[in-house]
Design a protein around this ligand. Structure first.
Ligand code: 15L
Length: 267
């Protein structure tokens, strides 16, 4: 990998990866809809709206690999999801194909499968159960990645990111937290693994309370260094007692409870 593009580079995950991948690849191209912080040695700055195909083509030119974090990172009205996460992801993959990009690490989300109950352990083979329009867009990105892998030979690592941060922030996040160093490790596997066609993994640390079977990530060499358990006592002590029963039942939490009109939780 000579030149690696990070989309969504001005966001929280983008800024962290920018620091942690500095010097790992000769050139990091950092793109966002808003202007990222100025370039340092080995960096290039780009400002692109993902819905603008001509701009996306310029953004991906001469890149060997892409870490696609850009787009809408939570629930929103459909027009926003449509432009950012449906049109936007199509533009990125299609421009990447035309430009001969070899690898894409796709930041998908736990919300692509958020309607699985917390009582169930799920692996990378379960069918999507999106918990929001946002989750649907992430399931779409996984399907589109599969098409571009099979039809055009781009290698994809789809990382269903749990919750990224320096520490887990509530009970649900004890199951799905991923530390900056563990996500960096996964992203590097996505870009550098010698034999990767299309894989889905969970972007979570080695959390004792996880509801994911992340065997597929481990098979690819992932060895997470962090476990949310170190923070569990403090997190649980601060947890409000009156949790919404729908949010509490499902892995996706409040994403499931929002706009919920079904009578009772399904299995
Ligand atoms: C996500 O997919 C979001 O991008 C992030 O902002 C959090 O909401 C996270 O999921 C989560 O589930 O905590």
């Amino acid at each position: 990998m000579q030149r690696v593009l990070i989309t969504g580079a001005a966001g929280g995950i983008g800024r962290a990866l920018r620091e942690r991948l500095r010097g790992v690849y000769p050139v990091l191209r950092l793109s966002d809809r808003v202007l990222p912080a100025p370039a340092r040695d080995g960096e290039e700055i780009d400002q692109t709206d993902l819905a603008d195909m001509a701009a996306v083509e310029r953004m991906v030119a001469n890149c060997d690999g892409i870490i696609h974090l850009g787009g809408q990172s939570g629930e929103a009205e459909w027009p926003v999801i449509l432009q950012s996460n449906i049109v936007g992801v199509f533009n990125v993959f299609e421009a990447a194909r035309r430009a001969g990009v070899r690898r894409i690490v796709m930041a998908t989300s736990n919300h692509a499968v958020g309607f699985y109950p917390r009582a169930q352990t799920i692996d990378h083979r379960v069918v999507p159960r999106p918990d929001s329009r946002y989750g649907v867009s992430k399931a779409f990105s996984e399907a589109l990645a599969s098409l571009y892998a099979d039809k055009h030979g781009i290698g994809f690592l789809c990382v269903r990111i749990g919750n990224f941060g320096d520490r887990p922030i509530d009970k649900r996040r004890l199951a799905i937290w991923i530390s900056p160093r563990d996500l960096t490790q996964l992203v590097r596997i996505g870009l550098e693994h010698p034999d990767l066609r299309y894989e889905i993994v969970y972007g979570v640390s080695n959390n004792r309370r996880s509801w994911y079977d992340n065997t597929n990530a481990y098979r690819l060499g992932y060895r997470p260094e962090d476990d949310s358990e170190a923070y569990a006592a403090a997190v649980l002590a601060a947890e409000p007692p009156d949790a919404d029963p729908i949010a509490e039942h499902y892995q996706g939490g409040t994403f499931c409870a929002a706009e919920y009109t079904a009578k009772a939780p399904s299995a």
